[in-house]
Design a binder for this molecule. Structure first.
Ligand code: PMP
Length: 374
């Protein structure tokens, strides 16, 4: 069987799991003032330092959360809630954790949703035109989770440089595949998730630039600099630190392998004469993701047929709980519901081999021939 859905989640690295388990006897509550607590606090501080180093931040700029969904909610609601009549800008291709949060806020506040074009990208000129004197926050993802499109975040940061608006970047699908440096990106806030980088599920973080004001969404004790209350999940913080370090140091090798697999996949589809089109601009996409339009079949049918042959892939975001809905990203790009219903996202990993890619194509070819003969 072949799992080719690494953008939805990755397996937890066994080496990291074992290392974390081996340290489980440092069990104290980092807030306790006795020795057992202090030992845990020192370890936690060490993990936080390493997490910060992986994105060129300071340890006190890292807020640990239960994942990127919570981190995105904190960034957006924690900023909106501080202003009387805020205007905020995002895009119509964001992950549900950003999009739904803004959709809900738009009932009360002024929110602009920038449109992506057929190349999958946001136009920086549109952003310039949308900025207002009361714009307090701009949320734009670095890599789109459905198409892999790399948004022009460096140009956007330049535009925002002389504006008060905070720049919030969802970098969940970028980290480990390209450089994520909060200084180079000029991010005020940036979110990451553990389970997309071979760490555990249920852990993530928000980078918050020193001096940036943000209202806590989970209140209680003074954990995470009073931005996120609750006893720290020290073992999973260690796992996140280890996963980030490993993804960072192995980045060149991993992304090269992903690119080779993707290229081989597309070449093989062409060689086997299976009709397809790449959604978006294939030259402006992350190494591990490609989204294909198969005009000859509904995605739902293809996914089920592939599942029966042991090929595990999705139509797009896994967040719509097991249902195949037309992808809002493909629809936003092409304004074409049929195309959105006939598109599939393949997401690769350095753990895959060339034979895996050949197996996917061979199964696709068999399905195509069953439908249309040869
Ligand atoms: N943002 C993006 C771009 C994602 O791909 C995901 C995961 N699907 C998330 C946010 C949410 O991350 P988590 O699962 O850690 O809540």
């Amino acid at each position: 069987s072949v799992y080719v859905d690494y953008a939805s989640t990755t397996p937890f690295d066994k080496e990291i799991m074992e290392k974390v388990m081996a340290g489980a006897d440092v069990f104290g509550n980092p807030s306790s003032i006795h020795r057992i607590g202090k030992d845990a606090k020192a370890k936690l501080q060490d993990h936080r330092t390493r997490i910060a180093e992986s994105i060129n931040a300071k340890p006190k700029e890292i807020i640990i959360t239960s994942g990127a969904t919570e981190a995105n909610n904190l960034a957006i609601k924690g900023t909106a809630g501080r202003h009387e009549k805020p205007h905020m800008i995002t895009t119509d291709i964001e992950h549900a954790s950003v999009r739904t949060t803004y959709q809900n806020l738009s009932e009360q506040y002024d929110v602009t949703f920038l449109k992506a074009s057929e190349d999958g990208l946001i136009d920086v000129e549109d952003l310039k035109d949308s900025l207002q004197s009361n714009t307090v926050l701009v949320s734009i993802m670095l890599v789109n989770n459905e198409t892999g499109s790399i948004q022009p975040v460096y140009e956007i940061a330049k535009v925002l440089k002389d504006h008060q608006a905070l720049f919030h970047i969802d970098a969940v699908q970028a980290f480990g595949h390209m450089e994520v440096d909060v200084e180079a990106l000029r991010a005020d806030m940036l979110t990451l998730s553990g389970h997309k980088i071979y760490g555990p599920k249920g852990i993530g973080m928000l980078y918050l630039r020193e001096g940036t004001k943000l209202s806590a969404q989970i209140t209680g004790g003074s954990h995470e600099l009073s931005r996120r209350a609750g006893t720290e999940n020290t073992m999973w913080v260690e796992a996140l630190a280890l996963a980030m370090e490993k993804a960072d140091s192995d980045r060149a090798r991993r992304s090269l392998k992903e690119m080779q697999l993707k290229e081989r996949f597309l070449n093989e589809l062409t060689a086997k004469e299976i009709p397809f089109e790449v959604n978006g601009d294939v030259n402006r996409q992350a190494s591990h993701i490609v989204n294909l339009h198969f005009p000859w079949s509904e995605a739902e049918f293809l996914l089920t047929a592939l599942d029966m042959t042991g090929i595990y892939v999705s139509a797009g975001s896994a967040c719509n709980a097991g249902t195949v809905q037309p992808s809002h990203v493909i629809q936003a790009m092409y304004d074409d519901e049929e195309r959105a219903l006939k598109s599939i996202r393949f997401s690769f990993s350095h753990l895959m081999e060339e034979e895996d890619v050949l197996e996917i194509v061979s199964q696709l070819k068999a399905i195509y021939e069953r439908l249309y003969g040869n």
